[in-house]
Write a protein that binds this ligand. Structure first.
Ligand code: CTP
Ligand code: CA
Length: 228
């Protein structure tokens, strides 16, 4: 063992992490978004970097500092987030080894964004039609030369955590899903209760702990995966 590698078990690995919400504009002053502070994703990016990985954090709009040693790419919409992730995956530096998709991506966007501010009118409120956003996690998980060796998704659920998480694992084609019980106080909070569901059927549940501790535990499992 080389000196220093014990504390940096992900040295030489490249990782892409998505975090935060996406913001889908309606007009120049309004938009559609999801609830996400970005804290969990930022903590995961930090934990992977601490273990030696070269981390690109593709982040929606959040009020958080860039973790030390992490390269942040800031985006607003789901389409921009997908393009930024694809840019990391097709980097001439080589394929990414790890993808952790923790962003709360807006499922829909407004089909026609108004160029100017929509004004209140006597005829009543405007109506909007929505189109579905691309599923970034499913795209990253699709088999192919650019697929990272380990793709981890999240499932934020208010009911039936295991069934919903397992369904997402197979529907999206990722390797692991971090199931997140959001029925209790999670959004913007410091603590999180999660269960890791793996494609091989194994699970791991962590007691409610800080988002930093969840990130450390997940990064340790990722390091184990590459050093088994
Ligand atoms: N995700 C993504 N791109 C999307 C939607 C979701 O990459 N357009 C990712 C999230 O980052 C997360 C996982 O997919 O890792 C699950 O997101 P979730 O919203 O729970 O799944 P959906 O398939 O959108 O299902 P739901 O109808 O429950 O919202
Ligand atoms: Ca969704």
């Amino acid at each position: 063992l080389l000196a220093g590698t014990a504390g940096r078990p992900l040295a030489g690995r490249r990782a892409v992490v998505t975090a935060g919400p996406t913001f889908e504009p309606i007009d120049p002053v309004r938009g559609l978004t999801n609830r996400s502070s970005g804290k969990q994703g930022y903590a995961i990016a930090a934990a992977l970097a601490e273990r030696g990985a070269e981390v690109t954090l593709v982040s929606g709009p959040v009020a958080l500092a860039v973790p030390p040693g992490v390269n942040r790419v800031s985006v607003e919409t789901a389409v921009q987030m997908q393009a930024a992730v694809e840019a990391v995956l097709s980097d001439p530096a080589g394929p990414a080894d790890i993808a952790v998709m923790s962003a709360a991506v807006a499922d829909w966007r407004i089909d026609t964004v108004a160029g100017g501010k929509i004004k209140k009118a006597p005829g009543g409120p405007p109506t909007f039609s929505l189109i579905e956003n691309p599923d970034i996690l499913a795209g990253v998980s699709a088999p192919g030369p650019l697929r990272p060796a380990l793709v981890v998704g999240f499932a934020a659920e208010t009911t039936d955590l295991e069934a919903n998480a397992r369904a997402k694992l197979s529907r999206k084609g990722c390797d692991w899903i971090v199931g997140n019980d959001v029925s209790a106080d999670v959004f913007g909070a410091e603590a999180n209760a999660v269960t890791l569901f793996r494609r091989d059927g194994t699970t791991q549940t962590w007691a409610r702990q800080s988002k930093t501790a969840v990130a450390q535990a997940l990064a340790d499992r990722i390091a184990d995966h590459f050093n088994a």
